[in-house]
Design a protein around this ligand. Structure first.
Ligand SMILES: [Mg+2]
Length: 181
């Protein structure tokens, strides 16, 4: 399970992910989790850093698709339209169906796609299951559902282990200094 859950890369935040490094790795499309990855849990407000990073991705020709398990589809659609991103609703992560729908929408294959999210057992396991490069970010805010807070108890030791193993700086995707935060 541990290997199945292990992300390809770790990053402090979505905006810490180096887009040029992704492009050099052959990535052409990005699947993005919503809650606690690009917005605070259950919120719609977009941080300037997220907006800038998304614009920079689009300038590089990277396709973007939000893939969310969230039940309130109006909020997810609204965020996707603000960002000019595609969207897959009620994705059922970690099961592959949502990722497959995203790849179809993006016109991309798994090998040239990465998925960025804050949760190991939905975002990372789902991406790994679908053969997609996985990037695990730190949650944007400590505010989240009671269910997720329980899951974090399992995630935290795994994250620490992966950091010790040096997953974070693999391929120079993130600033090595940020890895020590
Ligand atoms: Mg999330």
């Amino acid at each position: 399970m541990r290997n199945f859950a292990k992300p390809t890369f770790l990053a402090d935040s979505v905006w810490a992910v180096k887009l040029d490094a992704l492009v050099r790795l052959g990535i052409r499309a990005i699947i993005l989790d919503l809650d606690n990855t690009i917005v605070d849990w259950n919120q719609s407000w977009l941080r300037p850093q997220v907006r800038e990073w998304v614009s920079a991705a689009q300038e590089r020709g990277l396709g973007l698709c939000l893939v969310s398990n969230a039940l309130r589809s109006g909020r997810v659609r609204q965020i996707a339209s603000q960002l000019g991103a595609l969207v897959v609703l009620r994705a059922g992560k970690p099961f592959p169906g949502g990722f497959r729908r995203a790849l179809e929408a993006l016109g991309a294959n798994a090998r040239s796609t990465c998925a960025i999210g804050d949760q190991v057992f939905t975002d990372v396991v789902g991406a790994n299951w679908s053969g997609i490069t996985s990037i695990l970010v730190e949650p944007l805010s400590p505010r989240e559902s009671p269910h997720t807070r329980l899951i974090r108890l399992i995630e935290r030791p795994l994250r620490r282990r992966w950091m010790r193993q040096g997953v974070k700086t693999a391929a120079g995707l993130t600033d090595p200094m940020a890895a020590r935060k």
